[in-house]
Write a protein that binds this ligand. Sequence first.
Ligand SMILES: Cc1cc2nc3c(=O)[nH]c(=O)nc-3n(C[C@H](O)[C@H](O)[C@H](O)COP(=O)(O)OP(=O)(O)OC[C@H]3O[C@@H](n4cnc5c(N)ncnc54)[C@H](O)[C@@H]3O)c2cc1C
Length: 342
Amino acid sequence: MSETIKTDVLIIGAGPIGLFAVFELGLLDIKAHLVDILDKVGGQCAELYPEKPIYDIPGIPLITGHGLTGALMEQIKPFHPTFHLGEMVTALKKTGETAFHVGTDNGKIFECKVVVIAAGGGSFQPKRPPIAGIEPYEEKSVFYAVRKMESFRDKRLMIVGGGDSALDWTLNLQPIAKRLTLVHRRDEFRGAPDSVNKMRALVAAGDMDLVIGQVAALEGDGGQLTAASVKDKAGTHARIEVDAMLPFFGLTMKLGPVADWGLNLHENLIPVDTAAFETSEPGLFAIGDINSYAGKLKLILSGFHEAALMAQKAHRYIYPEKRLVFQYTTSSTSLQKKLGVA
Ligand SMILES: Cc1cc2nc3c(=O)[nH]c(=O)nc-3n(C[C@H](O)[C@H](O)[C@H](O)COP(=O)(O)OP(=O)(O)OC[C@H]3O[C@@H](n4cnc5c(N)ncnc54)[C@H](O)[C@@H]3O)c2cc1C
């Protein structure tokens, strides 16, 4: 079933630049929805280096990836953006002079006048584990993300991996699964110590199983798993009966569907003008790491600047009858009212 949502602007990607675009659009009374394939906001800052310090955000001598994401979320609060997380934009179609339909893999269709592609290095996609013959089971009984927890109720589940995702989903799904087995290649985990302790307590209480080894083979029929064989260091195989498997082997960045939208990509990047960071299609903008122009630097500060200029041009499409007066947040009471500080 598809769901149609009308909005002024649809932003593809909730990385730092997509988030800051909400602020610049909001100051000009433009509402935005954002879609991101990740289940959290912040893009590379949140997914690749949440704990690392960034030293080159103007006016902020040091902030972590996680800290910057949090600060941006605080800054855009007054504009109430709507987030659609855990969803991938798969289709982008021009339907009029400046009118677009944007579709997601979750059946949503956005109707909007302006589309801002802030897709960074592309979409984060799960790494496929090295298990021979896994493909026929994918999206039938092997899943790389949990969309609805309820679909795993009363199932025999196997979670594979040793990081935060594997541990978090172990703790979340254990209460509703018929039986849960966590499989990891060694008896040490990269996830948060608190999650590791909680998982070990469940194992000690006999409420779930922990198996050290690697999944070597799958059994099943028509995409439905029935069992997995786990090989330990000594080469001994254990056959474990399962209804579903959730491997969490990390994420990799791929350009993904952006490549299919007819954008005349240049080395996998979207060429834009530098007056408004607009593509050759009026109303279709590309900002942040995904765009390309002479002198481009893939820095967060460059993306922030691009977002500001994009918003000025987007205003023309959203409010063609209104003249845009340039204002400072320090001195404009009208802007301060929008920010809820006047
Ligand atoms: C280790 C590391 C350290 C860095 N240090 C610095 C630094 O010190 N200073 C600095 O300025 N920069 C730094 N950078 C670069 C900085 O992180 C990027 O410039 C910045 O993240 C770009 O932001 P963005 O919003 O354009 O893209 P991203 O952060 O890549 O976000 C894009 C988002 O779009 C989503 N997306 C993509 N395609 C789709 C789709 N089809 N549907 C839905 N969602 C989609 C992705 O899931 C992602 O969340 C660093 C990068 C790395 C990897």
